[in-house]
Design a protein around this ligand. Structure first.
Ligand code: ZN
Ligand code: ZN
Length: 350
């Protein structure tokens, strides 16, 4: 089969690899029909993710068809149309029993990290019963690729951890795919204001279409002043960091109102300053999280019911043979206006 293989910092190649087989009785092998590229894949390619060794097949998102199963898999059969979760969960360990699947002691984020991932024609999924989801008949496959990672990440790490409430004021720092996923799912709770901050006018235009009430281009660094003026110097109830650099976390510290919450989503590679000298008496909460995908079944229902359409995040489509071009497009988003790119791995969905 064809697969995109990480070959060390700055290097990847589309290679011929053996088709995987179930190795444990709880495994399933899924024939991938659609996959996508995550910002995390770009971090891996930069060499930022030490746990991902050269030789690894990349990718942790996708939809496909079950090809084969181990003897202990009971919820899925060959031929079943499935969503692959970016988090593999055994369902049995202490963290899994608490719904903290991201910290599963036997799984967690392993796909395309410590085991081979989904940017391939086939992928082996451990703990298939608790790591795959059935695709409801008649739903749009492409949109469901967003349920592997970005929609639950935006919702759990941003909206739930940020305690978004009816009538509240929310600021999202970063209008990339994750920030936009926060924007889409924050509206479940009817906040009064959703302010989107970014450096890219195109992404801010998209944010307006997706429901942002105010957009601020922070190229000149004026976002904090603008937000403080807008809120009578109070700040926002929820400040969501969706970039992963120190400056955007500090922006959240600068705009959070007394009693408010900072929810961090970004993957941080270097330390960010915690301004306790200003925040110690402001009754704020700072939340961090790796997506647990515990809300995926709920989000799937909202997608099926057309309460939210994550397919709006898809801007480009490629074949697996063109995956290098897909990475180029995704990696130069300011120029290409890319949000999420869909990669068709196997065309046959029967
Ligand atoms: Zn991801
Ligand atoms: Zn577990």
């Amino acid at each position: 089969m064809k697969a995109l293989v990480y070959r060390g910092p700055g290097k990847s190649a589309l290679e011929e690899r053996p088709k995987p087989e179930p190795t444990a009785s709880t495994d399933a092998v899924v024939r991938i029909t659609k996959t996508t590229i995550c910002g995390t894949d770009l971090h891996i390619l930069k060499g930022d993710v030490r746990s991902c060794a050269p030789g690894r097949i990349l990718g942790h998102e996708g939809v496909g068809v079950v090809d084969s199963i181990g003897a202990a898999v009971t919820s899925f059969r060959p031929g079943d149309h499935v969503i692959v979760s970016c988090i593999s969960s055994c369902g049995k360990c202490e963290y899994c029993r608490r719904g903290m699947y991201s910290h599963c002691v036997n799984g967690g984020w392993i796909l395309g990290n410590t085991i081979d991932g989904t940017q391939a024609e086939y992928v082996r999924i451990p703990f298939a019963d608790t790591s795959l989801y059935h695709v409801p008949a008649g739903t749009e496959e492409e949109a469901l690729v967003m349920l592997s990672d970005i929609l639950p990440t935006g919702f759990e790490c941003g909206v739930l951890n940020g305690k978004v409430q009816p009538g509240s004021t929310v600021a999202i720092v970063g209008a990339g795919p994750i920030g936009l996923a926060v924007l889409l799912t924050a509206q479940f709770y009817s906040p009064a204001e959703i302010i989107m901050i970014d450096l890219d006018d195109n992404r801010l235009e998209v944010a307006k279409l997706f429901g942002a009430t105010t957009v601020i281009n922070n190229q000149n660094g004026g976002a904090v002043d603008t937000i403080m003026k807008m809120t009578s110097n109070r700040g926002v109830d929820t400040a969501i960091e969706a970039v992963g650099v120190p400056a955007s976390f500090v922006t959240c510290e600068d705009i959070v109102a007394p009693g408010g919450t900072i929810a961090n989503i970004g993957v941080h590679g270097v330390k960010a300053d915690l301004h306790l000298e200003r925040l110690w008496n402001r009754n704020i909460t700072i939340a961090t999280r790796l997506v647990d995908t515990a809300t995926t079944p709920m989000l799937l229902k909202t997608v099926v019911a057309h309460k939210v359409d994550p397919g709006r995040l898809i801007t480009h489509r490629f074949k697996l043979s063109e995956i290098t071009a897909a990475y180029e497009t995704f990696g130069h988003a300011a120029k290409t206006k890319a949000l999420k790119v869909i990669i068709e791995a196997c065309s046959d969905t029967s």
